[in-house]
Design a protein around this ligand. Structure first.
Ligand code: HEM
Length: 660
């Protein structure tokens, strides 16, 4: 060969020539594979074949130069083919090629070097045309004009290949898991779908006809059904107490809430009790349970009476001398908001008469969350917060958070200033509100709650406590207006309790003296449950009583509405019959047959609060007014976050003469 040992052949420290060759060839083979897989849309098949040849030959010539010019057979062949080019170019250059110092260099290595240069140059030109992505990335990385360009291209493409390979593996894994899940779900019956693509999407709309369609399904399917939201999202809907028990009875860690249905509330409610999970939830649930002890709730009776009185004064003014009807939803939701603001923050104001920014923000937030659920493109944060709704949502969240934070900080400041003992002394004989209870709460290690945690819990109470109770109460009034015989029976009961009293005010002890009124409220919560659906996503397989398994990861909807209308549980479910809740009739029923407040470890913490508030409002209302249905206005149900109506519940309220 005639090449001097060592000329242009400095070996790298770590790898021998064969190692380098293998790495280069392997890298290039990978690169070629990338090309064959059409990573870059600019690459065609013939181009990729060319690239492959180019890469192999470049590797070989690299080896040749590293190993001091001992070219292998294929390289010699390539060199010979390159010789023609060399000769042609030499013939164009008179005097041949001179080395440094004017000596003529041996022709073969010169040819090979030139061949390599031509190959690399050709490759550069080709790749500039063919691989715009890598070219752009090289440019960005500043490697475009360096000696490592070729290797950078290889590295980048390898990284891309690796990334795509991982994606492919993940995708295949997902498909496999989906296939297995579908097989496991085959044992569950499904109502007829629209088609394979939409599944049951849009079949059970959140309106009156959607609820009636649900009732039709209940006529033939009584336990658990499978529905598809589109082609890939299966949901199991449970509507029988025996099937709900394993799910709601499971620990909060096995059946946590799912993000699909609750996630939109998070920016507003933070990690409060409704949305938190795991240890945080258990710790807070333990800390907050005493806040709903009857010792704490008892003093709130004054607030319940006071807020109901404010509402009644307004009603009297509005209906004076005329036969107008009032929208119960509107009036009662202002009343429940007023009650909660007084119980949570001790905040006195005339909100029922004049709307405040804080109250309007809460009403707006509830409406915006519902609207977001029905607009699929608003599900993505980066789109939603660029829309008018998203901006209003953020603004309303800020208003609510600002209000809550200010109250907490002010209260903490006073507590620090006065010291715990003096502060507690000053509170003696006064009503402790929820913020006080949360500020005083300590866990087993004596740790208190942070301001952020207290804010989340207070916002959660305001959200969970106002809409649900106002929906519950509005439907109770609707049912009592529709069935005057039950209304009259309740009134007699209340008049009996209030007999010989000067003050029309209900005490905590009076609540147990209203058994029939309580039965009417319970039957109303059965027929019109404020929360119609509860969702969970199991972290483990859950076994149903018939041996079928709810696969881990599936979103389960516990249909409170479906259970309350299940004909195998409630005969004549569509009939409003308060005697179902006669203590003599409840024994043979499963405790999960009736669950407006959910059940199990994550049931409603505010159940006693809500029942007390509703009983006070119903008792005082029936004592002062006669309710009747406005027949000119149709009541059509609308299940949103809570069970509303399309156009309110309009009732006629006729003031009764004052008691003798
Ligand atoms: C008629 C009135 C009410 C009804 C029908 C009701 C219903 C419910 C239901 C069904 C749940 C379970 C939600 C789920 O698992 O996804 C729940 C949870 C909750 N409710 Fe109520 N609720 C009412 C009133 C209240 C009130 C007045 C408060 C507070 C002042 C309250 C605070 C809560 C909280 C904090 C949770 C979350 C509990 C947890 O996950 O540990 N609720 N409520």
């Amino acid at each position: 060969m005639g090449t001097k040992q060592g000329q242009g052949g400095r070996k790298p420290d770590g790898l021998g020539p064969l190692g380098v060759l293998s790495v280069c060839v392997l890298a290039r083979l990978f690169l070629c594979l990338c090309v064959f897989l059409s990573i870059s849309p600019a690459v065609t098949l013939s181009n990729s074949v060319f690239l492959f040849r180019l890469h192999v030959s470049a590797s070989l010539s690299l080896l040749f130069s590293i190993s001091g010019g001992r070219a292998s057979v294929p390289t010699q062949r390539l060199a010979r083919s390159g010789e023609c080019q060399g000769r042609a170019s030499r013939s164009r250059r008179p005097g041949g090629v001179k080395g440094p110092g004017g000596q003529t260099e041996p022709s073969e290595p010169r040819l090979l070097l030139r061949l390599r240069r031509i190959q690399i140059e050709g490759q550069r030109q080709r790749s500039a045309e063919m691989l715009p992505i890598t070219e752009h990335m090289l440019h960005l990385l500043g490697l475009e004009k360096t000696a490592f360009r070729l290797y950078a291209v290889t590295g980048l493409l390898l990284a891309l290949l690796f990334f795509l390979f991982r994606l492919l593996v993940q995708f295949l894994g997902l498909c496999w898991r989906f296939y297995i899940t579908c097989r496991r779900l085959r044992c569950f019956p499904q109502p007829p779908r629209r088609n394979w693509l939409l599944g049951h999407l849009g079949m059970y709309l959140p309106n009156e006809s959607g609820l009636q369609d649900e009732n039709k399904v209940l006529e033939s399917m009584h336990y658990v059904i499978l529905v598809w939201l589109g082609p890939v999202l299966p949901l199991l809907v449970l509507m029988h107490p025996d099937y709900i028990k394993p799910l709601l009875g499971a620990s909060a860690a096995v059946a946590p809430k799912d993000e699909l249905f609750y996630g939109f509330l998070r920016p507003w409610l933070g990690d409060g009790l409704l949305l938190s999970k795991g240890d945080k939830w258990s710790r807070h649930r333990r800390l907050l349970t005493p806040a709903f002890h009857f010792d704490i709730l008892k003093p709130y009776m004054k607030i319940f009476n006071q807020c109901t009185n404010i509402m009644h004064a307004k009603w009297r003014r509005l209906v004076e001398g005329s036969d107008v009807s009032l929208d119960m939803f509107e009036h009662i939701s202002l009343m429940t908001l007023d009650t909660l603001q007084k119980c949570v923050f001790s905040y006195n104001s005339d909100y029922q008469e004049k709307m405040s920014d804080y109250i309007s923000a809460i009403i707006e937030l509830s409406a915006l969350v519902v609207r977001r659920q029905y607009r699929l493109h608003h599900h993505l944060d980066f789109i939603y917060y660029r829309t008018a709704d998203g901006r209003r949502f953020r603004q309303a969240c800020d208003t609510v958070h600002h209000f809550t934070t200010e109250v907490i900080q002010e209260r903490r400041r006073v507590l620090r200033q006065q010291g715990m003992e003096a502060w507690l002394k000053a509170k003696q004989g006064k009503t402790l509100d929820f913020i006080d209870v949360l500020l005083l709460a300590r866990d087993e290690d004596g740790k208190e709650m942070s301001d952020e945690d207290i804010r989340a819990e207070a916002d959660t109470f305001m959200f969970e406590g106002h809409d649900t109770t106002s929906s519950g109460l509005s439907w109770v009034f609707f049912n009592l207006a529709k069935y005057p015989e039950y209304q009259e029976k309740c009134r007699e009961e209340i008049q009996e309790v209030m007999k010989n009293r000067e003050l029309e005010e209900l005490e905590w002890e009076d609540l147990t003296q209203l058994p029939f009124t309580t039965m009417c409220i319970k039957e109303s919560l059965r027929k019109f449950p404020p929360v119609t659906m509860i969702s969970r996503q199991c972290t483990e397989d859950v076994k149903l009583p018939d041996g079928r398994i709810i696969p881990k990861g599936i979103i389960c909807l516990v249909s409170v509405y479906g259970t309350h209308y299940n004909p195998t549980v409630w005969p004549d479910a569509k009939v409003y019959n308060p005697y179902r809740f006669d203590p003599d009739n409840t024994e043979q029923r499963s405790p999960l047959a009736y669950m407006p407040f959910s059940a199990g470890p994550r049931n409603c913490i505010g159940q006693s609060f809500a029942m007390a508030e509703m009983r006070v409002a119903v008792a005082l209302t029936l004592l002062r007014f006669r309710l009747s249905v406005d027949r000119t206005r149709k009541v059509r149900r609308k299940p949103e976050l809570i069970l509303r109506t399309e156009d309110g519940i309009w009732l006629k309220v006729e003031p009764l003469p004052p008691r003798a």
